[in-house]
Design a protein around this ligand. Structure first.
Ligand code: ZN
Length: 1047
């Protein structure tokens, strides 16, 4: 019989808020359920270690040291320091069931371990509880807690992304033990989920009201029975009307949500990387303890460097992690050394992210990840799909494009097609986050927001605190358990990234394609912020090209490759998506610059080691790793310059050549002219660039009446993300700065140059030297800038006489075209874009390139090509770019279309000039006397590439075996055939994938020491493995091949 007397017509809002107040942490806690779940016990003693300098390894030295009794309120400082506290829980308390520790140090991060140093879990402002598991009820329980004086998101002064507050202190505000009533807690969780369902689900569904009324009934039952233990058991039974325990929900659901735990840990961001090492330990120990406590979920861990830290600093925890990998609970994904930026690193760096990342996974876990995991990176290069495929990666996971300011990206699950037409399966979790709390709204949004409904019924939901680490909490798992058993909700399953992609792949014939780059409509300032990081990265990438090419002479494998791998890892580490983009605190920048300094030391040492083995007699030589001959003006001793020529793929001595051309500087009536046989440049008497004529076509390159090389400064105040964002309105604040003086510095015949001063007012000082070199088809600029600005953006503009609706920008092993107009919102959002060593504006038969040595931000507005030079952002680094800078760029006119322009080769020549290697390592520069007789050139390598239509990306020793790896790409979107690679010692050749997996090896036809003909598709990257006959000693000049010995 229905008891009508207790049923009232319920007002939805009143009933909903009744539920809310019943579980509120703020209101009515004296009578509500929240206030009854936990009971504090006043027994816990706290001691503070007096030992100093306590880092990740310090536990062993701390535990037996001197400790001092402390109480709540104890202060910890300074910022970034580490402190150990010993917590003793008396034996009489340890007898009790369901004991928890409540811990808070003003939100500082803490790491709990047991008395033997075994890590238990991390604590932070988002996780203040720890269930206490005692080994014995007869003795005191002892825990050690390491406090790090930083929060989950660093310690920004008056704002999360502001520069850290050096005076910040932390106080131990909570350190007590409580007992949790498990039945009350279960009802509390039931009510939380019921409240969420009633609040978040559609008013028109019965589920909404079922949840509301079930919650209401639970409160009535408990209240009417005066909170008796039986009433909570009754309440649990009432809850089960919705939470059909044991029955997987949504048998009628058409959608499957794959719930996967994760924990995005920025490798360095608002904290230095040393803290990240502890963050990894805190976050992953928490997850592993949850697994060990029997909680059912799966976790995806990414960024191989973080695994390598765990192995080095926390070996016991790493073993525990390995056990969870074997059980299938913990999935190592991503396969890249870090979650890198993909706008700025070059193609070879991207390949090495996977080569060294996957190597670690293979060696430690026996696995290979076929998922690229970049949830937070700022836009994705159009060459990534090919690089992924070449590295055996089929799937791509991100979500960052949900942050787009202008356009909503039209897909969540799609086929991503690269600029070379390679395809990968991509997924952006439709919940638009990688750090959900696994609440009802996250579950519902994951389905309702999915742009690819009907094409796929599977979607991923990532849960767990992230960015600063943290990961899933027990509450999230409790919610998962309840949500996954409610009929009427989308089906939610505990899944893994692999299971998700395998499921989606089955429906992939219905998915749409997206071609080319995934341009991120935000964070466009990161192409420019922290200029010195970008410059160092580019230089380091060239160091790696040179040293690996030199090491390729070591065909007998006399020198180990381990140092080269170590060097690469430094380069790769600093390509992390908050380091290289310049969006981290000052300490991260200082650490990175120190890394590059140490890298140079290592480079020099390694260079000498290899040189002593492969070229013991050569003290002065040049390296040309590229497959075209070089003619270049080179400094051959302290002051002398000469024109030198070396063949393609060359390591050896130099010889001088007689120039076929002269550079000159001439003072005219109304200006100064610099010229050679290819270009003629006129500066006004104030120093304005008035004219740039391409002599072979007599074409004026600058817009009629316009001036080139215009330095302009814009206001640069974004909406929030200071180091990250430049907004489109900055272009409305353009201010031009004019030169005030000009003088001729050199007047030929190899080099003609003028020096020009451009005052920048309070923002800084700028002088530049413009140079025309003999035989060189471009005008180069070298600007010295003392930069003191605040929230200003310095750029240089070239208004050209060239008209095109699209400009081209170099990316990894290719280029992309982007609009020069703003017809649509998609076009207008690209007002600032990234590019590597060149940008180009061209007509079918003429074009102008803008070459850059270390800048990555460009823009093209109609006929004006602009290079972004310096920003002056104040958060999270208050001093970013406040320094002296040397900025080099060049303007390069050419006849014909882009694909015959050789702009790629010129940009490499400009960026990576020949260097006399004796001068690199020693402070004492030898008086080297080059010869004028080209016949005396001795090339130490016999490797040759027959065509200049493809570009050498890397020549290196193979990872396995004694062969050489040659990586080449087609740069101009052409099909190129008939490419041959030859080597005097060639015995066999194979095509191989970029991570050099044996299983990918396929034999190629060879004859007379040559492999080929090879055919390259547009933008194709090929990796060729050359098996060499290392029994031939060819470094001494002998290149005759002997019969290969059987091994
Ligand atoms: Zn991140």
């Amino acid at each position: 019989m229905v008891n009508m007397s207790s049923t009232v017509l319920k007002h939805k809002r009143a009933t909903l808020e009744r539920l809310e107040k019943y579980i509120s942490e703020i209101y009515f806690t004296d009578v509500n359920l929240f206030g009854r779940v936990d009971s504090k016990i006043p027994h816990c003693k706290l001691y503070r270690s007096l030992a100093r300098k306590q880092t990740y390894q310090a536990f062993e030295s701390v535990k037996n040291g001197v400790f001092q009794l402390i109480t709540e309120g104890e202060e910890f400082k300074p910022l970034w320091s580490q402190h150990w506290v010993k917590v003793i829980i008396p034996a009489n308390v340890c007898n009790m069931e369901n004991l928890y520790l409540h811990w808070d140090v003003s939100g500082a991060e803490s790491l709990v371990c047991d008395k033997d140093g075994n890590l238990i879990q991390g604590m932070s402002h988002k996780r203040k509880e720890m269930k206490i598991v005692v080994k014995s009820h007869d003795e005191d329980a002892v825990f050690f807690i390491q406090i790090s004086c930083t929060g989950l998101f660093g310690a920004g002064l008056n704002g999360m992304i502001n520069a850290p507050d050096p005076n910040k202190t932390y106080n131990l505000t909570k350190a007590h033990i409580f007992v949790r009533d498990q039945a009350k807690y279960a009802v509390f969780m039931d009510l939380s989920v019921l409240y969420d369902i009633a609040k978040e689900s559609d008013d028109n569904t019965s589920l909404c009201y079922d949840a509301l009324y079930t919650g209401n009934e639970i409160i009535n039952v408990i209240t009417l029975n005066d909170h008796s233990p039986e009433s909570y058991q009754q309440a649990i039974q009432i809850g089960k009307k919705l939470f059909n325990s044991g029955i997987v929900n949504g048998t009628s659901s058409r959608d499957t949500i794959h719930a996967i735990g994760n924990c995005h840990i920025d490798t360095a961001w608002l904290w230095p990387y040393r803290e990240t090492i502890r963050k990894v330990a805190r976050s992953w120990s928490t997850t592993i303890s949850m697994f060990e406590a029997g909680m059912e979920f799966n976790f995806a861990g990414s960024q191989v460097v973080q695994f390598s830290w765990l192995k080095k600093f926390y070996p016991k925890l790493f073993s525990a992690l390995k056990a969870q990998v074997v059980k299938g609970h913990f999935s190592p994904v991503g396969g890249s050394w870090v979650e890198m930026d993909t706008n700025i690193p070059n193609a070879e760096s991207m390949v090495r992210q996977f080569l060294y990342g996957q190597k670690f996974y293979r060696e430690e876990f026996g696995t290979h990840s076929d998922i690229l995991w970049l949830p937070d990176t700022f836009g994705y290069s159009g060459q990534l799909p090919q690089i992924m495929q070449l590295c055996d990666i089929k799937y791509f996971l991100s979500q960052k494009l949900s942050w787009n300011l202008t356009n909503t990206f039209p897909h969540h699950t799609f086929i991503w097609k690269g600029i070379d037409q390679s395809k990968v399966l991509a997924h952006f979790p439709p919940g638009d986050t990688y750090e959900s709390d696994l609440k009802i709204k996250d579950v519902l949004k994951t389905v309702s927001n999915n742009k690819d409904k009907g094409r796929t019924h599977d979607q991923m939901l990532l849960f767990g605190h992230g960015d600063g680490g943290g990961g899933p909490t027990p509450e999230m798992i409790d919610r998962l358990e309840r949500i996954s058993s409610i009929t009427g909700m989308p089906q939610i399953v505990r899944s893994t990234p692999q299971k998700f992609f395998t499921a989606v792949e089955k429906s992939s014939n219905m998915l749409c394609e997206w071609w080319g780059e995934l341009y991120f409509e935000l964070h466009r300032g990161t192409y420019t912020t922290h200029a010195k990081l970008k410059e160092s990265n580019r230089v380091a990438e060239f160091w790696m090209t040179d040293i690996e090419f030199l090491s390729s002479l070591d065909v007998k494998g006399l020198v180990s490759c381990s140092k080269i791998e170590e060097m690469w890892k430094t380069v790769l580490f600093n390509q992390f998506h908050d380091i290289l983009p310049g969006s981290a605190i000052e300490q991260v920048f200082i650490d990175a610059m120190e890394d590059y300094t140490n890298l140079l030391i290592l480079y020099n040492e390694e260079w000498e080691t290899i040189r002593d083995v492969v070229m013991p007699d050569s003290k002065s030589f040049v390296v040309n790793p590229y497959n075209w001959a070089r003619r270049q003006v080179l400094t051959i001793n302290e002051v002398e310059e000469a024109l030198v020529e070396v063949p393609s793929t060359y390591i050896g001595s130099i010889s001088l050549v007689t120039p076929t051309d002269k550079a000159g500087a001439f003072v005219l009536e109304d200006g100064i002219c610099l010229c050679n046989s290819l270009i003629k440049v006129v500066f006004s008497l104030e120093g304005l660039l008035k004219s740039l004529v391409h002599k072979p076509t007599q074409r004026e390159c600058l817009e009629a009446g316009g001036m080139g090389n215009r330095y302009v400064i814009f206001d640069d105040v974004p909406l929030f993300w200071d180091a990250w964002d430049v907004m489109e309105y900055h272009v409305e604040t353009r201010q031009e700065f004019h030169p005030t003086s000009i003088q001729v510095v050199e007047s030929g015949p190899l080099r003609a140059s003028v020096k020009i001063t451009v005052p920048l007012g309070a923002h800084g000082d700028l002088t530049f030297i413009a140079t025309v070199l003999a035989e060189t088809p471009y005008l180069s600029f070298k600007a010295d800038v003392s930069w003191r600005a605040a929230h200003k953006f310095l750029k240089v503009e070239f208004p050209l006489s060239v008209s095109s609706t699209e400009a081209q920008y170099e990316i990894q092993s290719g280029f992309v075209s982007r609009p020069t107009h703003a017809n649509t919102s998609w076009d207008s959002a690209k007002f600032e874009v990234s590019g590597h060593k060149w940008a180009h504006l061209g007509e079918p038969n003429f074009g102008v390139g803008l070459l850059s040595k270390s800048k990555y931000g460009y823009s093209a507005n109609h006929n004006c090509l602009t290079l972004s030079l310096l920003r002056s952002t104040k958060a999270p680094d208050a001093n970013a770019d406040m320094d002296d800078h040397v900025i080099e760029y060049a303007i390069y006119p050419h006849a014909g279309p882009l694909y015959t322009s050789r702009i790629v080769q010129h940009a490499i020549n400009f960026n990576h000039p020949l260097l006399l290697h004796s001068t690199l390592h020693d402070n004492t520069i030898p008086r080297y006397k080059p010869t004028l007789n080209p016949a005396r050139l001795v090339n130490k390598t016999s490797l040759r590439v027959s065509s200049e239509e493809v570009i050498v990306q890397a020549i290196k020793k193979g990872e396995h075996g004694s062969g050489l790896v040659v990586r080449l790409y087609e740069p101009y979107a052409n099909t190129v055939s008939n490419v041959f690679i030859s080597h005097d010692l060639l015995s066999q050749a194979f095509s191989i994938n970029a991570v050099e997996r044996e299983s990918s090896k396929a034999p190629l036809s060879t004859s007379e020491n040559k492999v080929g003909p090879l055919i390259f598709r547009p933008f194709e990257i090929k990796t060729i493995y050359l098996e060499l006959d290392a029994t031939v000693d060819f470094t001494n000049g002998s290149s005759s091949k002997r019969a290969k010995l059987d091994e």
